[in-house]
Write a protein that binds this ligand. Structure first.
Ligand code: NAP
Length: 360
């Protein structure tokens, strides 16, 4: 069988607006002995992709990760069907349905052997330091793919591992959200927000979500937020969240915006002994920290970080997907060639709730 030697793909060569996304034919890597060639059915579009394209991540360095290269083929995750496998591949055959590992663990590192794989170094994350899923064909090591049961929808699988994997780790291991807890999600209308709302509800927590746009409130309620607060007036928003909590503030909060005003709002909405996870990756725009030493004493506040997900989180969320316990709202689909339109929608919409995907 003749394998493709080029692929249609979308790459960023120079940071800029949506027009910086270049759809073209690009050379495809050869399928090495341990590689799997996949025809992509669906590629996810995320806030990370938009920031990468715009050059807003250029100052970010993550310990143990290579710098963010250009040109880059964006797409943190995707799903598709195996076309061919290298001679040494044992886990996959042509025709198998797969999703990409978005938080790969370095299989040879001590951290992974100790079960701390998200802290492993020396491995490239797709759509981050190695090429991602904005392509018709993708070649990757077999260890970078998860098998999918036949009944799991490829489009749903393509947008599950990154947000749900991270949220699973965040809620279960870092914030430890459980039955009867109250969780504030700041910046809830992206993929991370939806996954966090749905998983927190599954864990038995009540959720209040924030947005800058009143037109997103109904959509966020449909995802499972019991209350939605518009943050135009931060003081009024804090008062509304505290009133909704039924106690003196929420027990847990997560911020996906990196915005200093919303991080401050999250602290002010916490009850005594509350816990916060600032999960956005960076404060945008950079500036003075919104935390004070006094916050820790006054509230006995706990602040936890999160760095992606572990293999076990990925397995857990794929199992939840296969059992119909979680899902993703697909807000818009675009052909791969129209990736620029997908980015423009994500950046400019004031009423979009749910995922935007590309269909190669
Ligand atoms: N720590 C980790 O391991 C990890 C893993 C995965 C993702 N992340 C991070 O999680 C964040 C969320 O990702 P995502 O793809 O779900 O969503 P996103 O589109 O980057 O942002 C989430 C929401 O935040 C709000 N927002 C965006 N920019 C804002 C600004 N300047 N000021 C105030 N609010 C703003 C928007 O909600 P409204 O329009 O409704 O206001 C947006 O829908 C990203 O920063 C991503 O890098 C971290």
């Amino acid at each position: 069988m003749d394998l493709p030697t080029t692929t249609k793909a979308v790459r960023v060569h120079t940071p800029g607006g949506p027009e910086a996304l270049v759809y073209d034919d690009y050379p495809l890597e050869e399928v090495g002995p341990g590689d799997v060639l996949v025809e992509i059915d669906t590629a996810s579009v995320s806030g990370w992709d938009v920031k990468y394209r715009a050059g807003l991540l250029s100052g970010i360095t993550l310990p143990g990760r290579r710098a963010l290269p250009l040109p880059q083929q964006l797409g943190r995750e995707g799903a598709g069907t195996v076309v061919a496998t290298g001679a040494a591949v044992t886990r996959f055959r042509p025709g198998d349905r797969v999703a990409a590992v978005v938080h790969p663990e370095n299989p040879d590192s001590l951290e992974t052997i100790r079960g701390l794989g998200n802290l492993s170094k020396g491995i490239d994350v797709p759509g981050h330091a190695s090429f991602g899923s904005y392509a018709k064909h993708v070649v990757r090591d077999e260890r970078m793919w998860f098998p999918l049961p036949d009944h799991v929808d490829l489009e749903q699988a393509a947008v599950t591992l990154w947000p749900y994997g991270t949220s699973h780790r965040l809620l279960r291991d870092r914030l430890r959200v459980g039955l009867g807890d109250t969780l504030l999600v700041c910046g809830a209308s992206g993929g991370m927000g939806e996954a966090t709302i749905r998983l927190a509800r599954l864990a038995g927590a009540r959720v209040v979500a924030t947005t800058r746009h009143a037109a997103k409130a109904d959509g966020l309620r449909e995802l499972g937020a019991e209350e939605v607060v518009v943050t135009e007036d931060p003081e009024a928003a804090v008062a509304a969240i505290r009133a909704w909590s039924g106690t003196d503030g929420v027990s847990h909060a997560v911020d996906y915006t990196g915005n200093a005003t919303l991080l401050r709002l999250a602290i002010d909405a916490l009850r005594l002994g509350g816990a916060l996870c600032p999960a956005s990756g960076a404060q945008v725009p950079p500036g003075p920290s919104p935390f004070t030493v006094n916050d820790f004493t006054r509230l006995e506040m706990t602040v936890v970080g999160v760095r992606g997900a572990r293999h076990a989180d990925a397995l857990a969320v794929l199992d939840l997907l296969a059992h119909g316990r979680i899902s993703n709202r697909i807000a818009a689909r675009f052909p791969l060639a129209e990736a620029a339109k997908a980015h423009a929608l994500l950046e400019q919409s004031t009423d979009l709730v749910g995922r935007v995907v590309l269909k190669p």
